[in-house]
Design a protein around this ligand. Sequence first.
Ligand SMILES: Nc1ncnc2c1ncn2[C@@H]1O[C@H](COP(=O)(O)OP(=O)(O)OP(=O)(O)O)[C@@H](O)[C@H]1O
Ligand SMILES: O=C(O)[C@H](O)[C@@H](O)[C@H](O)[C@H](O)CO
Length: 121
Amino acid sequence: MSGGVPLDDADREPWLDAIGAWARGRAGKGGVVSCSALKRAYRDRLRAAAPGVVFLHLTGSRELIAARMAARKGHFMTTRLLDSQFATLEPLEADEAGVAVDVAPAAAVIAERAVAGLRRL
Ligand SMILES: Nc1ncnc2c1ncn2[C@@H]1O[C@H](COP(=O)(O)OP(=O)(O)OP(=O)(O)O)[C@@H](O)[C@H]1O
Ligand SMILES: O=C(O)[C@H](O)[C@@H](O)[C@H](O)[C@H](O)CO
């Protein structure tokens, strides 16, 4: 990724399985993990490992996310990869337990909306 080459399904598998195993171990205890889980199939894989898992999709426009990425220092991911990330993204579908929250407002507002949305599930 630091060289501008996007990951593929095979690259992501071990990462998704590590997250799925962790989430399974948290059953009944709770926990939060961040993961791009861009495709429906990736989320299916996570749900298969950890059936109670719910998703919080942080949504934003390409322009806003590109501007924030460009402003951060020392991160491995270049903004060159953003188009492939959006091309790969499959948003949450109606039958998936989860909520989408816009990342444009201040972090405290995002957190408030996330908590409210997750409580309603
Ligand atoms: N609500 C916000 N308002 C303003 N700036 C924000 C907000 N959320 C994040 N940022 C800024 O956007 C940039 C990217 O955010 P952050 O690194 O948290 O994203 P991320 O998705 O966790 O990144 P990655 O997973 O690629 O490491 C950072 O510079 C961060 O300070
Ligand atoms: O599956 C992927 O392509 C990666 O996980 C990316 O989504 C980034 O690593 C993530 O955005 C954090 O920078």
